[in-house]
Design a protein around this ligand. Structure first.
Ligand SMILES: CC(C)(COP(=O)(O)OP(=O)(O)OC[C@H]1O[C@@H](n2cnc3c(N)ncnc32)[C@H](O)[C@@H]1OP(=O)(O)O)[C@@H](O)C(=O)NCCC(=O)NCCS
Length: 138
């Protein structure tokens, strides 16, 4: 896919972005997408990038760093445009954004059972980290 144009989120992308996340199964009850977008946009250490095919929003990534590592969230490609390189392109754009900020490692979380997404990231040279993730709601 050569014509994917990737740029930072603009306010008029909001409804199409949420529809994309809905179509890709990324909206879950404990995360409000508007809050997630607003939270990412309020800090210089995070960004939402969108991939456009002419005027159609078909891909996204939320990227940020925590002062040490870089993290990717909401990596999504419209089901109609999957398997044409858009996922690889949007992840590369997020990695470029991180590198420009001096971040040396890109991290992401996927469910252990999500074999297909694991395979996607393996094609992009990501490897499983020998760690467990612990969490607590604040
Ligand atoms: C995961 C996702 C972003 C991949 O997007 P995509 O545009 O189809 O990916 P690409 O076409 O750029 O594929 C890149 C490589 O991964 C491979 N790949 C993509 N999806 C794959 C799958 N399900 N199984 C195995 N390999 C896969 C491609 O074959 C390609 O390999 P190659 O470049 O070596 O030929 C897309 O399937 C998606 O949006 N899924 C739903 C949302 C989701 O689960 N996001 C991840 C949140 S952590």
């Amino acid at each position: 896919m050569t014509s994917l144009s990737i740029h930072p989120f603009k306010e008029d992308n909001r409804s199409c972005l949420k529809e994309l996340w809905e179509r890709c199964g990324l909206i879950v009850s404990h995360n409000n997408p508007d809050d997630d977008i607003n939270f990412a946009l309020q800090s210089p250490s995070s960004e939402v990038l969108v991939g456009m095919l002419s005027d159609q929003l078909v891909a996204s990534v939320m990227v940020g760093y925590d002062g040490h590592r870089g993290w990717l969230y909401y990596v999504a490609v419209d089901p109609k445009h999957q398997k044409s390189g858009a996922g690889r392109a949007i992840v590369a754009a997020a990695e470029k954004w991180l590198k420009e900020k001096g971040v040396r490692k890109s991290m992401l979380l996927i469910r252990e059972t999500n074999e297909s997404v694991k395979k996607f990231y393996e094609r992009l040279d990501y490897e499983m980290a020998p760690v467990i993730v612990m969490q607590r709601w604040l």
